[in-house]
Ligand binder design. Structure first.
Ligand code: SAM
Ligand code: SF4
Length: 482
């Protein structure tokens, strides 16, 4: 059997793309190899959002130079966002690469791998650039990948990503995504519902809907326009699916119908990822985010008011072009006031080809970026710790995902081990349990916490002399408390 090694960098969208590529290559008889040395085909599914992600791939390619010289029949492919962005620059920097395939052409990977095996030349399949044709032509060149699923490639067998949109039309000035992922296109509800039913049939309990601005989802069907709230309501009817999440939200499109859906539909996770990027109006304007800090604060207040116990997370970019100490101070103020469950903080990385790179100088020194990153992180961690303390003594419902990182490191093989899972508001919980509890919903009482983890004990019930764990049946997930 031919062997495939695939390495994935970047976001959940890339993890999903890799799952689909692996599923399609398995149909061609491939099985997965644990490392590049054992593989006949080596694929990198890449990210272009920050320079660091690209550097990682170019060094990994550098390390394969000798392997390719010694085994010229190995096929090496670069897939995804960096393939679309750098195109034949990849062949120039690493002439032994066989395939360069953009995110819109991933369905062609099995055929391209076959061709690369028989005909020794380089193959490049990418989409049109954002100014290389009519909107219609550009959209068609970013074909959505036909969903062949592969349970073995998911975060866990019980959790799966489902793409509901591709591309992005927001053109934030720092961001490369609209150029590499193409125009924003929503998938038809029927295709999404069919995919979710298939996942439920494969015993998947939790689906996470993916889109760059997932709450901008709109699909016209005759007279009717489907919004994200309509889609979630339809997915909620699918038997077997017990938890529904969606990422990433755009602040301006956080409409009341969506907040009401999250509040009223019990399978909907009480969790919203809504990146604000900066707490300064001047910076938001340079970023062309399309909202003010006041509007973000209003959206946040609406979310907290309408959904009891909702957890909100955000992304921040520090050190964006021209960011002053005062402007960064406003971000600190916003984080202090917002009581976010978590913040993902990134140092600005200039991306050639974006409006930001064209219009503004990347003028905040690296050490200032690092310092701002660390101060924001330590403030957020302090808030996380304080908010998690509020969980002491509370019972939460956890979907058990598998062994905790510690159990994995120790190579625990017995039945009793440390497990990890998430609450309905996406908090990580670690507790001791049995392997049989993986993939179930369990009631857990929290007795300790740090900034990012709650520690608990499975709620047990005394029956006669024994003590046993009470696992909730699936239906009970619908009344998840937390
Ligand atoms: N579509 C999502 C949104 O609008 O928030 C996120 C897309 S991006 C893959 C994920 C995060 O990376 C962004 O929210 C932003 O914080 C960060 N990011 C994007 N471009 C960046 C850049 N040039 N430098 C640093 N961080 C960046
Ligand atoms: Fe990038 Fe902005 Fe689109 Fe998000 S909304 S993918 S940050 S351009």
């Amino acid at each position: 059997m031919p062997k495939l090694y695939i390495e994935t960098v970047g976001c959940q969208m890339n993890m999903l793309d890799s799952e689909l590529v692996v599923a399609s290559l398995r149909k061609d008889g491939y099985e997965l190899a644990a490392n590049a040395a054992d593989a006949d085909t080596i694929l990198f599914n890449t990210c272009s959002v920050r320079q660091h992600a690209e550097d990682k791939i170019y060094s990994a390619l550098g390390r394969l130079k000798n392997a390719k010289r010694e085994h010229p029949d190995k096929v090496i492919g670069v897939l995804g966002c960096m393939a679309q962005k750098d195109q034949d620059l990849i062949f120039r920097r690493a002439p032994y690469v066989d395939l360069v395939v953009g995110p819109g052409q991933l369905h062609q990977v099995p055929a391209l791998v076959r061709e690369a095996r028989t005909e020794r030349r380089q193959w490049m399949e990418v989409s049109l650039g954002r100014t290389d044709g009519s909107r219609d032509e550009i959209e068609r060149s970013h074909e959505s990948f036909d969903p062949l699923r592969d349970p073995a490639m998911r975060p866990t067998p019980y959790q799966a990503f489902v793409r509901i949109m591709i591309g992005c039309d927001k053109f934030c000035t720092y961001c490369i995504v609209p150029s590499v992922r193409g125009p924003e296109q929503s998938r038809p509800p029927a295709a999404i519902l069919a995919e979710a039913r298939q996942l439920a049939d494969e015993d998947c309990l939790e689906i996470t809907l993916l889109g760059q601005t997932v709450n901008s989802y709109r699909y016209r069907e005759g007279e009717r326009t489907w919004r994200l709230s309509d889609l979630i309501a339809a997915l909620h009817e699918i038997e077997g699916i017990a938890r529904i999440k969606f990422v990433t939200n755009y602040p301006k499109d956080m409409t009341d119908d969506l907040l009401a859906a999250v509040r009223d539909l019990p399978k909907c996770s009480k969790y919203l990822h809504v990146p604000v990027q900066s707490g300064s109006n001047a910076v938001l304007k340079r970023m062309k985010r399309g909202y003010t800090v006041e509007e973000y604060r209003e959206m946040l207040a609406r979310a907290y008011d309408s959904i009891p116990g909702v957890a909100v997370t955000s992304d921040f970019i520090v050190g964006f072009c021209g960011e002053t100490d005062e402007e960064f101070g406003e971000t600190i103020d916003l984080v202090r006031d917002s009581r976010l469950k978590n913040s993902f903080i990134f140092k600005y990385s200039e991306r050639p080809g974006t409006k930001g790179a064209e219009l503004y100088a990347d003028d905040v020194p690296e050490d200032v970026k690092r310092h701002r990153n660390n101060s924001l992180l330590s403030l957020q961690n302090k808030i996380c710790e304080e908010d998690n303390e509020a969980f002491f003594g509370r019972e939460v419902t956890v979907l058990v995902e598998g062994p905790s990182k510690t159990a994995e490191k120790h190579g625990d093989v017995g039945d009793r081990l440390q497990l990890t899972g998430r609450t309905n508001c996406d908090r990580i919980v670690v507790f001791e349990g049995s392997r049989r509890q993986i993939g179930r919903f369990l009631p857990v009482v929290v007795y300790d916490a740090n900034a990012h983890t709650l520690f608990g004990e499975v709620v047990t019930e005394h029956v006669g002399p024994e003590v046993f764990s009470l696992a909730l049946p699936l239906a009970a997930a619908e009344s998840q408390k937390e």
